[in-house]
Design a protein around this ligand. Structure first.
Ligand SMILES: Cc1cc2nc3c(=O)[nH]c(=O)nc-3n(C[C@H](O)[C@H](O)[C@H](O)COP(=O)(O)OP(=O)(O)OC[C@H]3O[C@@H](n4cnc5c(N)ncnc54)[C@H](O)[C@@H]3O)c2cc1C
Length: 574
């Protein structure tokens, strides 16, 4: 065989190899190492993409909570979460029966739902009435993916939840408990769109608390985040993205002066964080308005630690316990961290009024309140951990909670990619925002969209029926819609007279924090100095990431800025 012929064969082979190498070399950058970004990166990597995940903080997992033992729903209610729990073989334990339904702490006294019926029948009755009316409201929505399907439903987006609650005339204690439940799950009722509340009610209609608290994920949601981290080949922590530049055939992502290039990007950061990333070309006015205007609920978590349970016979005070007196929603942590710990969740305006407090002051305030009900609390106190999601600028709040008028403007906006960027994050899920299930779903969706974009698919805006064009058919079908809304029902006997609603008010700006139930700074007794006994302890870093082989640590494809000013690349999080 001639040398020329051999050379020609070699060139053909080389050509084939480089073509196949090129064909495999599909690159993506995922921005944000919360559960949604980790999912997108994992799914893309499984589809054969070369993925680099960039996370602003030094640890991964984002908002995944501080509970050492996350409550999770069963397969029926949280199928995606359960799928990953089983893929990664994470440990779960069945939830004990007493945590599976909510409890109440009324002026310091603990009541299970059953207790309430016998010991506080007026409150129990009022809560039932509220639940029934809320269910009627949820029932008015046919399709939770398109909640503003007609003009009547569209009008609900202009009303706040507190507006609606006012007309139910609940007795004071019941109203306090309902307010607490709503602000824990979403945000302060006065800041929440009634349509969003109804839509979420529709999504969870018929789902029992028992199914939503079927088991515990041992170690909490951080173990789920770590399971993804272990699978990923290229993660860079402490890498806050400052700019995304989209070009015809690729995207450049900037971390300070360092640039990374890829074919596609998944942007999995909350809206307030997105506000700090410069996009070229710029986002349109609607997206910019959504970034600035979409309401986030507020929720902070303070874990108070004690040598022994101070709640004595109330050791079963677990599950979600709603208080009517400045302790928000609380639960007793399983003793995985040793001692006896109670997690206090302050939310809505109760969290907002605390924003000026330092961590220690905030923990003191909560301890003082607990001490009022449990006099051993101060003596047994050993320390605290705190997570303040609300004041963290990279989060800007706990989770999405549409305010009045916002569904009409921003519904499903982030489901659609823009050029080469797909969006993920709990706030981009239509059905389960504010949950792990929602975050996981969006990571999967964004990974699929990247594949679709690579295959040449273009994305049209989600079609939502314009309210004005829609007929009032849904309302007509349900009889007197507003009578259902304000306490009646055509499926069941009407238990009480129905009040006609006042004309719908235009969306109002979120009111100032309501002082009524907000915890006021309480003076500590002179000798009480809890913080000295137990120095403030920040939660331990959530990640303990293995080092990966050096070759996997390369920045995606070609760094736009050559290594002179680039930091040494790290394979996984440092
Ligand atoms: C107090 C609280 C309790 C909760 N309880 C539950 C519960 O019991 N059950 C449940 O299912 N869900 C619960 N959730 C909700 C759940 O934790 C979240 O929905 C989920 O963790 C959100 O994940 P995410 O990926 O959308 O966002 P995040 O976790 O916020 O991830 C976004 C990531 O992006 C990073 N980032 C931001 N800016 C940049 C940048 N410029 N460059 C690079 N990275 C950046 C952030 O640091 C963060 O790590 C709770 C949330 C809170 C706050």
């Amino acid at each position: 065989m001639s040398v020329g012929w051999l050379r020609a064969c070699a060139l053909v082979m080389l050509g084939l190899f480089s073509v196949s190498a090129l064909a495999k070399d599909k690159t993506a950058i995922v921005i944000g190492g919360g559960v949604s970004g980790l999912t997108a990166a994992y799914e893309l990597q499984n589809k054969g993409w070369q993925v680099t995940l960039l996370e602003a903080k030094s640890s991964l997992g984002g908002r995944s909570g501080m509970a050492t033992s996350e409550w999770i729903g069963n397969d029926k209610t949280q199928p995606v979460l359960n799928k990953y729990v089983s893929t990664f073989k994470l440990s779960t334990t069945p939830a004990p029966e007493f945590v599976r339904t909510p409890g109440y702490l009324i002026d310091g006294e603990y009541f299970s739902a059953a207790d309430l019926t016998t010991k506080q029948p007026a409150t129990a009755e009022a809560l039932k009435r509220y639940e029934k009316t809320a269910d009627d409201l949820a029932r008015s929505i046919d399709d939770p993916q398109n909640p503003a399907a007609n003009s009547t439903l569209h009008a609900l987006d202009q009303i706040t939840v507190s507006n609606w609650l006012d007309r139910l005339n609940l007795p004071a204690t019941a109203r306090q408990l309902v307010n607490q439940q709503i602000r824990t799950r979403y945000d302060e009722p006065s800041r929440l769109s009634l349509l969003y509340f109804a839509q979420q009610g529709r999504v969870y209609r018929g789902v029992s608390d028992r199914d939503l608290r079927a088991s515990r994920l041992v170690g909490g949601s951080p173990v789920l985040a770590q399971a993804f981290v272990k699978q990923l080949k290229a993660i860079k922590t402490s890498s806050p993205v400052s700019a995304i530049i989209q070009e015809k055939d690729g995207v450049t992502v900037k971390v300070g002066s360092v640039g990374y290039q890829a074919d596609y990007v998944v942007l999995a950061v909350p809206l307030r964080a997105l506000n700090k990333i410069q996009m070229t070309p710029a986002l349109d006015a609607q997206h910019l308005a959504a970034i600035k205007g979409t309401n986030y609920g507020w929720r902070d978590q303070i874990m108070l630690k004690f040598k022994a349970p101070v709640w004595e016979s109330k050791a079963r005070m677990s599950g979600e316990v709603y208080s009517n007196t400045g302790l928000g929603m609380l639960w007793v942590e399983p003793a995985l961290k040793g001692g006896a710990n109670v997690v206090i969740n302050l939310s809505g305006d109760n969290a907002r009024v605390m924003q000026a407090f330092g961590d220690k002051q905030m923990a003191d305030q909560v301890l003082i309140r607990l001490h009022t009900f449990y006099p051993q609390a101060r003596g047994s106190f050993t320390g605290y951990e705190i997570r303040r999601y609300s004041t963290d600028p990279s989060m800007g709040g706990a989770y999405l909670a549409f305010g009045p008028g916002q569904i009409s403007k921003f519904w499903r906006l982030w489901e659609r990619p823009i050029q080469r960027v797909a969006f993920a994050g709990e706030h981009t899920d239509t059905l389960y925002p504010g949950t792990l299930e929602g975050a996981l779903r969006t990571g999967q969706r964004a990974a699929d969209q990247v594949e679709d974009m690579a295959a040449g698919k273009s994305f049209e805006p989600a079609k939502v029926l314009p309210a004005a064009a829609a007929s009032g058919a849904a309302a007509a079908k349900k009889g007197n819609f507003f009578s259902n809304l304000f306490g009646g029902s055509d499926e069941a006997k009407k238990p009480e007279p129905v009040k006609a609603p006042e004309p719908v008010a235009p969306p109002a700006p979120a009111p100032a924090p309501a002082p009524v139930e907000a915890p006021k700074p309480a003076a500590a007794p002179a000798k009480a100095e809890p913080a000295k006994k137990a120095p403030a302890k920040k939660p331990a870093a959530k990640t303990d990431v293995k080092k990966a082989p050096a070759k996997k640590a390369e920045p995606a494809k070609k760094p736009a800025v050559k290594p002179a000013d680039a930091p040494a690349t790290d394979a996984k999080a440092q």
